[in-house]
Design a binder for this molecule. Sequence first.
Ligand code: IMP
Length: 176
Amino acid sequence: MGPLKLSKFISESEIEKRIKEMGAQLSDRFKGKEVIAVCVLNGSFVFYSDLIRAMDTDVVCDFFGCSSYGNSMKSSGQVKLTTDLTTHVEDKHVVLIEDIIDTGLTMSYLQKMLKIRNPKSLTTVTLLHKPDAKKVDCEIDIVGFEIPNEFVVGYGLDYQGMYRNLPYIAQVQNMN
Ligand code: IMP
């Protein structure tokens, strides 16, 4: 599939197990409360749809569209909001759900954007975190897996729009 040479890095069953744990953590935190679960498009849609179904509480779904990578493997350094939320988050519990935190730019931008709207609480969840790539500080409450500073694809993550439908996370072997 596609032009890249890939090796499986995080398997379907490891992802499934970790998402159950993350869902249980969120269910405990928000027991009996309503939360607005915000998906950061495009990359998070696969993780998001599995995570919200692992959350045993009232969930309202909403979406941020964001782009910073264009077609390359390096962040452009500029975050662009392509779709805004349709719900009002003031006085609501918001859970921001991201696929991967790399430089931290996207997350720090989105957190600022949400905080000025005065939510009751803001919880940030990411499936993957590359601590060695961090350039900008952002608060992260729940991390699925910490990974090395290497490009990964699959399970929603793309390279040039491809590989999002891989059911596992793979590392790219032939990257220069
Ligand atoms: P950040 O703003 O640098 O933290 O990057 C966040 C966004 O970059 C994520 O939402 C992803 O869409 C994309 N991204 C970062 N690292 C990777 C990767 O290894 N593979 C695919 N996309 C990535």
